[in-house]
Design a protein around this ligand. Structure first.
Ligand code: NAP
Length: 244
């Protein structure tokens, strides 16, 4: 029997890239929120099971875990990838509470409590691996995207907490911190980023692709990082490097 993986937000972008790669070796449950069409094409392309799940909803989190149990009876890898950016870029002086609550619900509370469910199951199984997709926004301040940055910084602490709690139980937890990755999420600012990258924003002079992130998940899924509890993988073309 193949190992089983759950990848959230896998209908498009980074999550889709991860699900496509994992489906070569794993039984995959890939979740989506609204884009049933994109999820259906993923199922056709890869054979992944697809399931609608809004990670900010408690009912949906329980439902997706029940679906995984029913389909595969085990969970070897949980990839907390689903995330949103703000509907509008707004100066921190102006941005409102509704947006703050939405970002915290999807990007922070959702993956935290989904991990609580997944980890209970992995503790019963005696092992597993968990990945959180955060962002360079966990430490790089963009004042027009404050709530996104806050949610990702918080998620980074969630990784540390789960990594420390679960490491003694053969459950390894990792943070993947992507830089600028070509997906729908950045489509409105893609050309501006391309210009800045050409101008030297990144030491590696290209935008990232979902496959760059999927390769990092692959290394984790195959066990190459199993003695690196809580490790942060910067998949960012060198953005995090400080230079003088
Ligand atoms: N792109 C970047 O440059 C970049 C950089 C750093 C970090 N990240 C992070 O990487 C992750 C994936 O981003 P992406 O660029 O691939 O985004 P994307 O292209 O916008 O795709 C987002 C995915 O998440 C799903 N989703 C949205 N809201 C959800 C919710 N409430 N519950 C469950 N699923 C939900 C979407 O489902 P539907 O298709 O059904 O809408 C879609 O599958 C996010 O956590 C993001 O913050 C992205």
């Amino acid at each position: 029997m193949k190992p089983a993986a759950l990848v959230t937000g896998a209908s498009r972008g980074i999550g889709r890239g991860i699900a496509i790669d994992l489906s070569r070796t794993h039984n995959v449950v890939a979740t989506y929120r609204g884009r049933a069409d994109a999820a259906a094409s993923l199922r056709e392309e890869t054979g992944c099971e697809v399931f609608q799940c809004d990670v900010s909803s408690k009912e949906d989190r329980f439902a997706v875990m029940a679906f995984c149990k029913e389909k595969f009876g085990r969970l070897d890898l949980l990839v907390n990838n689903a995330g949103i950016t703000q509907r509008q870029r707004l100066d921190i002086v102006e941005s409102g509470e509704a947006s703050f609550d939405e970002l915290i619900g999807v990007n922070l509370k959702g993956p935290h409590f989904l991990t609580q469910l997944g980890s209970r199951w992995m503790l019963e199984q005696g092992g597993g691996r968990i990945v959180f997709v955060t962002s360079i926004s966990a430490y790089a301040a963009t004042v027009q995207r404050a709530e996104y940055c806050i949610s990702k910084a918080g998620l980074s602490m969630i990784v540390a907490l789960w990594a420390a709690r679960l490491a003694p139980h053969n459950i390894q937890v990792f943070e993947i911190r992507p830089g600028i990755i070509r997906t729908d999420m950045i489509s409105t600012v893609e050309s501006a980023y391309e210009e800045r990258i050409a101008g030297g924003l990144l030491p590696q002079r290209r935008m990232g692709e979902p496959a760059d992130v999927a390769r990092a998940v692959r290394a984790i899924a195959d066990g190459y990082l199993d003695y690196a509890a809580g490790q942060i993988l910067n998949i960012d073309g060198g953005f995090h490097l400080r230079t003088l």
